[in-house]
Design a protein around this ligand. Structure first.
Ligand SMILES: [Zn+2]
Length: 404
């Protein structure tokens, strides 16, 4: 047998095992007969695959009364509580670490300052922090993976960082480096794209296959889910909605262009606009010394004209960019996350209106615009990357047949 044939046999095994695991995950408790029927696999193959999954504790049997009465039937369901992972958000000079089980329960969290430093020192420090966290919280648990999510751009397929806004990591094979340091399979990805997937698996877009998530914080980012998958997240980044030009005469963006959406609706931009209007003498409840997004939203909801104005303009611009996404991807749901969601009552209807005026009627009719479920969990995207690797077979295969 040639090397190519061996690889193909492995691939077929991986594809079949993951197809069975996916069915049990999405439809369990489910019988072996039903799995065979839905997967088009021979019953003998299903028996063999489920035996392997059972041996590794990935699924378990449940006995119950068959719907037809008579003898008791056996169904299969996935085991999620026994498997754990560490998810790291490599943020802007900040590191967040969380320990989850596969069910999404959080067992431990840690947040620490993580200053800029030289590449080698940075990588050693990062590995050291992760190892300490694992030692402190992961003892006795079955850890199956490490995930790292970050702002900027990543090549998830190669496990490489393309660009990070705070650290000199361009071109670094981060997944390989951390795998060597921890001995765990490592999955990396952009934080917003991973968050969109987390919303699809566990959150607000669980009920649909196509959705768009937009996040407004330091910058403006988006994640597109099409047919239950992140649209293009493995090699090439997409959905850089923050750099859609909204105002040709606008401020200079860090990308080099002028008037990008990000320069107009990111948190800092909104606070700058409010500050400027206060300095010009507009009447307002806002205290210029204590200007935050929370205060801006609170004042707007209390009827403050200035605060309302700033948020309304932001909503219109966001809506304009979102309408482009709606025209391109026809999502079943639009999710928003960010500080301006505090003023949901003001912001969301205006975004809806802008989408309504600027996209195809059949695309926007009845289109829900909702708050993302995971507003405050910055590491949840990592859990989604691990779950994806399990469902799509790559990680499942490593658990079933660990590479020595
Ligand atoms: Zn830009």
């Amino acid at each position: 047998m040639t090397r190519g044939q061996i690889a193909n046999v492995d691939l077929v095994k991986q594809v079949n095992s993951s197809a069975v695991y996916r069915l049990i995950d999405s439809q369990g408790p489910i019988s072996r007969v039903k799995i065979a029927e839905l997967s088009n696999l021979a019953p003998a193959s299903v028996t063999k695959i489920t035996r392997t999954l059972l041996e590794h504790g990935l699924i378990r049997e449940m006995e119950h009364q068959a719907s037809t009465g008579g003898r008791r039937a056996i169904s299969l369901t996935t085991v999620t509580r026994d498997f754990h992972l560490v998810s790291v958000k490599l943020g802007r000079e900040e590191l967040r670490l969380s320990l989850y089980d596969l069910d999404g329960q959080v067992l431990a969290r840690d947040t620490l300052a993580f200053p800029r430093q030289q590449q080698d020192a940075l990588l050693a420090d990062l590995a050291g922090q992760i190892q300490r966290f694992v030692r402190r919280h992961g003892a006795g648990l079955r850890l199956i993976a490490l995930a790292v999510v970050m702002p900027g751009l990543t090549d998830a397929l190669r496990g490489q960082v393309i660009y990070h806004p705070s650290y000199p990591l361009a071109g670094v094979p981060l997944a390989d480096r951390l795998r060597q340091a921890t001995g765990l399979p490592v999955f990396i990805g952009n934080d917003i794209r991973a968050l969109a997937l987390a919303e699809h698996y566990f959150g607000a877009s669980r009920d649909c296959l196509d959705s768009v998530l937009v996040s407004v914080h330091h910058g403006v980012g988006a994640g597109i889910i099409t047919e239950g998958r992140i649209f293009k997240s493995l090699g090439r980044d997409v959905a850089e909605i923050g750099h859609i030009r909204v105002d040709p005469l606008g401020d200079r963006c860090h990308c080099g262009n002028f008037g990008c959406l990000e320069t107009m609706v990111a948190d800092a931009a909104l606070l700058r606009q409010a500050e400027k209007m206060l300095a010009q003498g507009y009447q307002s409840l806002l205290d210029p010394q204590a200007l935050t997004m929370a205060e801006l939203c609170r004042a707007a909801l209390a009827g403050d004209r200035l605060a309302r104005n700033v948020l309304e303009r932001a909503a219109e611009h966001l809506g304009q960019a979102l309408a482009i996404m709606v025209n391109l991807f026809n999502p079943q749901k639009v999710l928003l996350t960010g500080a301006l969601c505090d003023a949901e009552r003001i912001v969301f209807p205006l975004i809806g209106k802008a989408i309504e005026y600027q996209s195809l009627p059949s695309f926007h009719q009845g289109l829900p615009i909702v708050r993302a479920h995971f507003q405050d969990d910055q590491t949840i995207g990592g859990l989604a990357l691990v779950k994806r690797a399990l469902l799509e077979g790559e990680l499942l295969q490593l658990i079933i047949e660990p590479k020595v």
